[in-house]
Design a protein around this ligand. Sequence first.
Ligand SMILES: Nc1ncnc2c1ncn2[C@@H]1O[C@H](COP(=O)(O)OP(=O)(O)OP(=O)(O)O)[C@@H](O)[C@H]1O
Length: 245
Amino acid sequence: MQHPTILMQGITKIFATDEMETHALRGIDLQISSGDFVSICGPSGCGKSTLLSLLGLLDMPSGGSYQIEGKEVSGLSLSEAAFIRNEKIGFIFQSFNLIDELTVFDNIALPLRYRRQSVAKSEIEDRVMACLKTVDMTHRAGHRPNQLSGGQQQRIAIARALVGSPALLLVDEPTGNLDSRNGDAVMDMLCELNNNGTTLCMVTHDPRYADMASRKLHLLDGRILDSDGTPMQQHTTALRQVAAQ
Ligand SMILES: Nc1ncnc2c1ncn2[C@@H]1O[C@H](COP(=O)(O)OP(=O)(O)OP(=O)(O)O)[C@@H](O)[C@H]1O
């Protein structure tokens, strides 16, 4: 039996201080299968970033079960989580998060250089150049990130996220720092990656971009409103059929 890429059941997250407890996530059930494109929307403070950081093993849940490709990851130590994260998850953030002291090539190579089992130099070179080609940036391999435009930097960040062939790409407001032309280009690139099989989970405030996903989730007050697993396209088709009657 093939396991779903992501399976969360009853996930909760409580942030506690001496004065108060904040229930950021209140029982999240979420399944993401290979090839899915899921978008997550919701008002400020509803728990989107918290959910994304749990999905990316940047933080651990307070309760519930979280499996990546069938392996329970919710109780892992921080160092074990870091290894799984590096092998299974690619991140694309609003603020690119590239390292200005490294060339574009070395930025993209970074996840491979932190693998538990070392990756041969020639394989690193092949993979980095293939990813640069995917994002149409081979001509900038020797540049530094601060010598590139915002749109180009985000394309390098996408290449870095792809280089380890992750099971899941987590995308946080990928167009937040871009003008609409560059934003649209980045979204086109993400859609094309998904068409070629990459599994995506994206947080966005932009309803136009959220609609590009095959499944739209709405978070409110730490809960998912409509996560019956039905692709939104099916909802849309059904609604159109009803409207046409
Ligand atoms: N480290 C923390 N300590 C205490 N409370 C936190 C912490 N991180 C988040 N929270 C609280 O958890 C809730 C969810 O926050 P989260 O950042 O996930 O929301 P969000 O939907 O991403 O918001 P935004 O769209 O504004 O970025 C909020 O009430 C927030 O104040």
